[in-house]
Design a protein around this ligand. Sequence first.
Ligand code: DTR
Length: 340
Amino acid sequence: MRFKFYQLTTFFAILVLPAMVLGPPALEAGPIRLSYANFPPSTTFPCVQMERWKVEVEKRTQGRVVVHTFPGGTLLGAKNMMDGVISGQADIGNLCMAYQPGRFTVTNATALPLGIPNAEVGSLVLLDLYEKYRPKAFSRVKVLTMFTTAPSNIMSRKPVRRLEDLKGFDLRASGGAARILKAWGANQIGMPMSSTPSALQKGVVQGVFSSLEVMKDLKFAELCRYVTMTDTVIYPFAVVMNMDRWKALPEDVKKVLNELALEQARWTGTYMDGHVKDAVDWSVTHHDVELIAPAPEERSKWDAELQPIVDQWIGQAEAKGFPGSQIVEDIHQLVDKHSR
Ligand code: DTR
């Protein structure tokens, strides 16, 4: 085919010249989109902290990163969170380590009865412990932050005033807290928090051993009219990111996320502590919930049952090759440091 001169010049003017002047067409960059999976309902504290993190990341990266959040197990559930993030089903996931006690030995040591007083201290202790040991359990993900709940108490359908009231009583708890219920003689039933509301409704369990903010966030106060204050153990959480997605992030974005790790741990702990107080007040005011504080002599019976737990854990951890007593010693020191 032959072209006339004016056809060639038109072609040159319309298609070739702009390309020479402007260079190759720029690829539409768009924001970096990250999916963030969470297992419990959106009203609960793991999701509240997720939404706060999303807002901060989008603000601090001037919208270059957009976070899509998936609460309520809509992307990944409580037990496949870690593996789902490793395999890339979600870019980011929030997991409760207590639901897989054998997998996260070092960090789950924070769920031993070692006197962590509140969620703020617990969160800082946990993050420091992770930084010190960098456990292999996390080698295939990037840890974005960690935090803990406030200490656990018993929420139940019937009053628990004495240790004897717990014998054979069907109570729900997971991980470190499960060991404690067993030591007190309860019939411990394990399940993630996401399955607990229906188990309580159906009477599969008669109560829950957890931090008290769920009295309001999951409306447990409607069924559990009694709370026995034990203030024993916390539950540890981690927020993890798929390693390939992390490595592909620009350096300045990585810096923003790294700088948020400690701040987010503290924010979540502080939020949790304040929200527990609010939930307890709400439960007493709106649902006439009775708060039961065992008397000191009764309480010492409960505490005596817990003493062997730490020694047993040290023995089991050391048998698996972890420095069990050093980890426990570190937790004691970190609790002191962060309580000051
Ligand atoms: N105590 C743990 C963790 C936990 C406490 N509050 C919530 C709310 C939503 C999910 C988990 C948790 C537990 O009982 O599972």
